[in-house]
Design a protein around this ligand. Sequence first.
Ligand code: HEM
Length: 436
Amino acid sequence: GPSGVEAARWWARMMRDPMDAYGALFRRYGDAVRLPRDRRRALFLLSRPEHAEHVLVAKQDNYVKAFTYRPLRVFLGDGLLTSEGETWRRHRRLVQPVLAQRHLAAFAPGMAEVAARAVARWPDGVTLDAAAHMRRVTLDIVGRVLFGSDLAGESDATGRALADLQRSAVIGLGATFLGDAGLRRAFRLVPGARRAGGQLDGMLRRVVDERRAAGPGGEPDLLDLLMRDGELPDAELRDEVLTLLLAGHETTAAALTWTLILLSRYPAARDRVEAEVDEVLGGRDPGAEDVDRLPWTRAVLSESMRLYPPAWTIERDAVADDDVAGAEVTAGSTVAISPYLLHRNPDLWPDPEGFRPERFLGEQDRPRHAYLPFGGGRRICVGAGFATMEAVLVLALVSRSVRLDLAPGVAVPSRAEVTLRPAGPVPMLVSRRRSP
Ligand code: HEM
């Protein structure tokens, strides 16, 4: 990898546009790059499946969430995404069973209902912002299905808060030497970060306070479980609800938005989605049992997350020195396993830049950790099954009812901060396939 002035130049490029810098480093230096950070530590950009297998699975005990998660930790604290050790284990034991495969079917009617209601309101001939609408649908779904709370009205403000938060998290990367408390104080001085914190805390208080006021009733849901006496201290309850609301909607919204963009660019793939959905559903709403009966729709979503993985980089700090498939990683160094780079590695994927959903149909003989949209090892996405079912149901509902076309000649630049998402609004023209 680069050193000296050259390395400093790469770091500067990284702060401006991390994903672009990762891509350029990969093209310039190959699939194992070392970028020095200071005298002892470096950033390792590793993009072979055996790297992912080593860091995320085989030797996961030697790795903790990287310093790059520290700015995010200011907001999400001891929630699942940013905690470690005993706290993480306690939270994971609480949340994981609720999102386990055998419980997912119970969420399907709520997911389909939210999506159906949203799509029914899209009139023929109107141009709408697909990104904002997908965020609204997915926030409404987690709110309703996991927390029994109506959050659809919050999605625009939350979207702005999330954009602010992600920008602050990237800027905060330059200030992680301040430590957690110092970072927290620093963020109070950044107007965007302060606004984001206020907005998110407001949303959270509404969710929790409403439930406290309503008291228990009906089947206990995830919120009842998290709020049960003696389970979590107040601060940890706040952190976990916020984590699930954020991690549980923005990623799925990004995956769906990229999918709609790709389908608009590849009409043959879209025709096939529409034909499959029409054949399997007839006119009815999709349910849990349909997810396995829509293989092409699923393949389209997988291919979309290959090209545009919403979690585009997964980063860990090494506790002790380690040899990662030949890369000598010194203690305290950061290892970046980037799904974005893995998913476009030409050694693993023929025609890596092409949109070819058929690679996800039938037998697939690629290495096990070549495809990592949900990460791997014990920190694998706790909502992977939930997200998959949700994305299939929402895409099926959209495809059954409308066709969305990106205005000709509109470019969709991406923004890669914490998540990889379209940088701005995504204007798409609605043509109704059936009346609401
Ligand atoms: C963790 C991706 C949807 C909740 C992760 C990780 C990835 C990921 C890659 C691992 C991060 C790491 O190892 O550093 C995605 C994608 C989604 C999605 C691409 C949608 C397409 C969801 C949903 C939920 C959720 C729907 C909740 C309902 C979480 C949580 C963690 C996590 C709580 C932290 C888990 C832990 O460390 O124990 N996600 N996710 N995600 N995800 Fe997701």
